[in-house]
Design a protein around this ligand. Structure first.
Ligand code: SAM
Length: 276
């Protein structure tokens, strides 16, 4: 039996028993693979890094989307940068208030592979409320000042085309693209293995926004199994905001619930000291 290993550090990583390889091609940006695993089901890999697995993708997608979409009083215009697998779009569609959802993914092959091999994940991409663009997120945002209520930066590790999504110029461009009261959320890496990346991102966001606060979620196939997202806004402080009640669909979520909203922002001491 074959095994897949992704190194998270030079001395540690994750290893998964593999089944069939379903898709394996190189795009203009990266190697895109879809493989079967015995423990986590179907898995999307980009340049050998785990992006999505059938078994734990719900955690990442519920936690990148719902806190901001419920904290915003009326999230009509939503933008997702990256996220070509479609999972964040699926979650955003659960909010009837979200009248327009734009997905801006730089690599069309990621969208194509997801449509083919993760149909449940990608199903929302054909919804009439959704517009899919194959483009660079930064370039897209530069042309749309004051365009969005909520921006979700569903990127990947700060390498290649994604590196610019972890920079101060990008953060300023995101802020300029938000409407008054707007909220942005950035996937911000493993708080345990990438503490410095998270610290630099949070401190840079605090120079751009009134509030920037990381929150955490447990994602078994991601480095260290603990992942972070950083919430940034000039509107209400996420530590005190009262999120909207949402609707009956909330009861069908498998990870997020309203009680987790503020709890997810409670950080362990090693992070509190590091992030100040
Ligand atoms: N959940 C995953 C994670 O945290 O590792 C990320 C999922 S999503 C697949 C990340 C996507 O961001 C990739 O499909 C990649 O092609 C896209 N991406 C990277 N840089 C980008 C950019 N500058 N503009 C738009 N999309 C970008």
């Amino acid at each position: 039996m074959a095994w897949f290993t992704e190194k998270h550090t030079p001395h540690a990583g994750i290893t998964l028993e593999l089944g069939k390889t379903l898709f394996d091609r190189k795009s203009g940006f990266q190697r895109v693979q879809v493989v079967e695993t015995l423990e986590f089901g179907r898995m999307l890999l980009l340049d050998g890094c785990v992006m999505v697995t059938d078994r734990d993708e719900f955690i990442y997608h519920e936690m990148i989307a719902h806190p901001a979409l419920l904290a915003h009083p009326n999230p009509e215009r939503v933008l997702i940068v990256g996220g070509g697998d479609g999972g964040s779009v699926r979650e955003a569609l659960k909010h009837p208030e979200a009248r327009s959802i734009e997905l801006v993914e730089i690599d069309g092959m990621v969208i194509e592979a997801s449509r083919q091999w993760f149909p449940a994940l990608a199903a929302g991409l054909d919804d009439p409320r959704v517009a899919v663009r194959v483009a660079d997120g930064l370039a897209h945002l530069e042309g749309r000042p004051g365009g969005y209520d909520v921006i979700l930066v569903d990127s990947m590790d700060p390498v290649g085309e994604a590196a610019k999504l972890f920079t101060a110029p990008f953060f300023r461009t995101v802020k300029a693209a938000l409407r008054p009261g707007g909220i942005a959320v950035f996937q911000s890496e493993s708080p345990f293995y990438h503490t410095d990346i998270l610290r630099d991102l949070v401190l840079a966001l605090r120079k751009t926004f009134r509030h920037a606060a990381p929150y955490l979620a447990h994602i078994p196939t991601y480095p260290s199994g603990l992942w972070s997202f950083t919430y940034a806004t000039d509107a209400a402080d996420p530590l005190t905001v009262q999120p909207r009640a949402g609707g009956p669909w909330l009861n069908d979520l498998k990870y997020f619930h309203p009680g987790l909203f503020h709890a997810a922002f409670a950080l362990p001491n090693y992070l509190r000291t590091k992030l100040g």
